[in-house]
Design a protein around this ligand. Sequence first.
Ligand code: ZN
Length: 266
Amino acid sequence: MLIDSHVNLHAPAYYRDLDDVMHRAREKGVQVMVTICCRMNEFARALAITEMYDDVWCTLGIHPHHAADDPEITPEILTALADHPKVIGIGETGLDYHYDYSPREDQLTNLRTHAEVARRTGLPLVLHTREADEDMMAFLQAENAGEDFSFILHSYTSGEALARLAAERGGYFSVNGIASFRNAGEVRGVIANIMPMDRIILETDCPYLAPVPKRGRRNEPSYLSYINDCLGAIKGIPPTETAKQTAHNFFELFPRAVSSKQVESS
Ligand SMILES: [Zn+2]
């Protein structure tokens, strides 16, 4: 079984052929997916998709790109919405100083609000971080990440120091198609040398970031096997093993998914 921990199945990119996309995912052994909410006005559709497919879960959050759109959002509002059994994580939130679509102050406020929700709900925080290593390190330490709440750095492209700190604090990492790109030697180095194998999970981040040999196309969960193969090559482990280990890690990080799985199978 492969688990795609970060998809955007509610995106307009799949409005026309979602059933076909899901069918191809199942044919390739992808059986669990998490559709990631990035703004409040897409939460309803993300949740609706989890109700259409038993093995699809979702998160609740506001992406740093959209941090300035919802200045009124409070931990109370998010905590109440996160009560739904299909919501298994908080985010994605984080810091993106590459695009700076929202002012950095708004991004930091948004991030702290989400951390408070993770603390209150016991759900893991899904973090996006790009060209913000210093501030992300300060955040993880100030908020006692790893102790007060669990967290994952998704689509990791940041530096070694942040990866080391996150690993020391018990953080998880997700590997995606970037690891297969020819110019991503530094990312592969961080995966090989710093990310502990028992803290790595897989994602496509579809419809973005299709892995080699599909690079440039619309991405979809059925391409996850290319990413799993790539992880195996980087770590020097057979892909059957990386599939097993990453699935195990996923349920460690997202316990609400496992408890619901047990409910369904009992
Ligand atoms: Zn992201």
